[in-house]
Design a protein around this ligand. Structure first.
Ligand SMILES: [Zn+2]
Length: 124
């Protein structure tokens, strides 16, 4: 789902993006001339690979996502929650995909390993 940056005004614009396993819903509101605030919730499930045993497992996710979107180059990297859309088009699918890949790239273990505390502790 793509939304033209300049079409977002100072009243909230709701969106709801559903893919097979993930629902991304919330709203966009203009914050300043070149910034838009995204206030949303990501929920559903994703398939991950356990970092301990290597098995695939399904993880339920449900968390809020608050981001600032801009159509300008961000000069300071202080705020990690800013995403640039320099072509003036906000791509909501891209936001979902980057959130999912950041979850995939973090450390996670399956429930079987999580409950297997004895062996788990030995590794540290
Ligand atoms: Zn595991």
């Amino acid at each position: 789902m793509k939304i033209v940056f300049d079409k977002i005004g100072y009243s909230k614009r709701d969106f709801n993006l559903n893919s097979e396993n993930i629902s991304f819903s919330g709203n966009l509101i203009k914050d300043s001339r070149d910034r838009v605030k995204l206030d949303a919730n990501l929920n559903g499930n994703i398939e991950l690979i356990c970092d301990r045993c290597g098995d695939r497992f399904i993880k339920d996710i449900n968390f809020p996502l608050n981001l600032t979107l801009t159509n300008r180059v961000v000069e300071t990297q202080d705020d990690l929650d800013i995403i640039e859309f320099l072509d003036g088009v906000i791509d909501l699918n891209f936001i979902v995909e980057s959130e999912i890949s950041s979850i995939e790239n973090s450390y996670h273990i399956c429930n079987i390993c999580k409950n297997d505390k004895n062996e788990f502790e030995k590794e540290f």
